[in-house]
Design a protein around this ligand. Structure first.
Ligand code: NAD
Length: 500
């Protein structure tokens, strides 16, 4: 059986308690790997290693070009081992092979991009502060220190890369906690960081539970910044723990994104687009288009066309390239999703398609939920307000575009959104009115490591990706360098220097 140990201070070690846990394949419930289970002691050990590596190790003394080359080497290794990563990610997360191939490719690409950010000049001149020649003023971007990164299970490799890449590019040291449900590809990354020669303690990976390891990482005063991706509930808890030592926080949390179909949308694209927005990776995406807003006059045709296409989707073994939808991550998650569907029906929604677990005996060992379309949904219902994180679409009708925008924004979340129209101007006007961090026009899910991503409202704090994302991992220093060279000409000379 595949086994992994914690990666702390450049060494692969058993946990202090010697405990392990098994990571389970959500398609067949077989054990994917046995993994050392980190506890609070191990988290503290990893934090101390990261602290030492930041304060006294070679990482800070390396040139930015040397750090960049190490990060680039990680990208190259992910590419070299892509088929191994793909197989493991499918087994560990239940993502279909077609989706996971994209994830591995995008992870290597993102790491390559972050290696370029690592080589950026940290100095920027401040213009217009004083007359030229009197002083030189610079903004200097510096690493924050020790970063604790906590990630969820839905895109395990991508999430790990999206935290480690920018944190390291900015010059920090990191302790990463993968989700206890999907630790495997993060542990494979540990092997790569080790092999390419990262100095000990710069990267530490400690799989364990949120209730102990996660809380320790969020609260420990030796950590300078917490970068968290996960649910809004846990994000709030992380922020409150981090507040004790006033740590910097980036929180990438939940969503309930609105997908607005305008009456002039090209249905030959918009129907498939709406299905992609919700059913991609079984709806287990923070930015999923979970609420579909249809003009009343398009409702029946649009729903009928969605049903026709969804019926053709194949639920199956995620390793089989002909499978469109795999399992959800766990039995607990499956039951939670089914509970939301039942609650929606109780509140008056109608199951237009799906709504249950599939009957196919070949799927009986997997945690499957049928792709589900609920119609007659009112935006105030629980299914329209709470994050289900499964393949469940809530269809809501609207009377006017103003009505659609008002309902779309009537949520505590603000992560993503979409508008479908043939008229670019019209779509732009609606897109600007949506209170969300990313809005797609005639598209969905396209997140790039080069463009900022994050949430308005309770979907999060801060942004990931691009230069904006890099700066979330940096402190900003103003450096004022005097160029007068004469005591008498100083601004303060007349103010404080005794004249006699
Ligand atoms: P979760 O909040 O349950 O867990 C996320 C991580 O936090 C896990 O590693 C978990 O072990 C850890 N954790 C749990 N309790 C903790 C605690 N008390 N202190 C510190 N850490 C703790 O989320 P999940 O179920 O793993 O993932 C699904 C959620 O993630 C959804 O809400 C989804 O919207 C969100 N998500 C957001 C984004 C984004 O970019 N905004 C991306 C992916 C997923």
């Amino acid at each position: 059986m595949r086994e992994y140990r914690l990666y702390i201070d450049g060494q692969f070690v058993e946990s202090a308690s010697k405990k392990t846990f098994d990571s389970i394949n959500p398609f067949n419930q077989e054990i994917v790997a046995r993994v050392s289970l980190a506890g609070i002691d191990d988290a503290q050990h990893a934090i101390a290693a990261a602290r030492k590596a930041f304060d006294n190790g070679p990482w800070q003394r390396m040139s930015k070009e040397e750090r960049s080359a190490l990060i680039k080497a990680v990208s190259d290794k992910i590419n070299e081992r892509k088929s191994g990563f793909e197989q493991l990610e499918v087994d560990d997360s239940g993502g279909t092979i077609r989706k996971v191939k994209e994830d591995v490719y995008l992870s290597a690409r993102a790491m390559n991009y972050f290696s370029k950010l690592a080589a950026m000049d940290p100095f920027e001149p401040v213009d217009g502060l004083s007359k030229p020649g009197f002083s030189q003023n610079l903004v200097v971007r510096e690493p924050i220190g020790v970063v604790a990164a906590i990630i969820p299970w839905n895109f395990p490799l991508k999430m790990a890369v999206w935290k480690l890449g920018p944190a390291l590019a900015a010059g920090n040291t990191v302790v990463l906690k993968p989700s206890e449900l999907t630790p495997v590809t993060a542990m494979e990354l540990a092997n790569i960081f080790h092999e390419v020669g990262f100095p000990p303690g710069v990267v530490n990976i400690v799989p364990g539970y949120g209730s102990d390891v996660g809380e320790e990482l969020a609260g420990n005063p030796m950590v300078d910044k917490v970068s968290f991706t996960g649910s809004t509930t846990i994000g709030k808890r992380v922020m409150s723990l981090a507040s004790e030592s006033l740590k910097k926080c980036t929180l990438e949390c939940g969503g309930k994104s609105a997908n607005i179909i305008l009456d002039d949308a090209d249905l030959s694209i918009a129907v498939d687009g709406a299905l992609y927005a919700i059913f991609y990776h079984q709806g287990q995406c923070c930015e999923a288009g979970t609420r579909l807003f249809l003009p009343e006059k398009l409702h029946d045709e649009f729903v009928a066309r969605m049903i026709e296409t969804t019926k053709k989707m194949k639920l199956g073994d995620p390793k089989d390239p002909s499978t469109d939808n795999g399992p959800v991550i766990s039995a607990k998650q499956r039951d939670r999703i089914l509970g939301y569907i039942a609650g929606g029906v109780k509140q008056g929604a109608k199951v237009a398609l799906g709504g249950s677990t599939p009957k196919d005996p070949a799927l009986r060992n997997g945690f499957f939920v049928e792709p589900t379309i609920l119609t007659g949904v009112d935006n105030t219902m629980t299914i329209a307000q709470e994050e289900i994180f499964g393949p469940v679409l809530s269809v809501i009708t609207y009377k006017s575009v103003e009505d659609a925008v008002a309902k779309a924004n009537d949520t505590v979340y603000g992560l993503g959104g979409g508008v479908w129209s043939r008229d670019r101007e019209k779509a732009m006007t609606v897109a600007r009115q949506l209170r969300a961090g990313t809005v797609w026009i005639n598209e969905w899910h396209l997140i790039s490591e080069k463009a900022p991503f994050g949430g308005y409202k309770q979907s999060g704090i801060g942004r990931e990706f691009g230069v904006e994302g890099l700066r979330e991992y940096m402190e900003t220093k103003h450096l004022h360098i005097d160029e007068l060279g004469s005591r008498e000409k100083k601004f303060w000379y007349d103010t404080v220097v005794p004249k006699s």
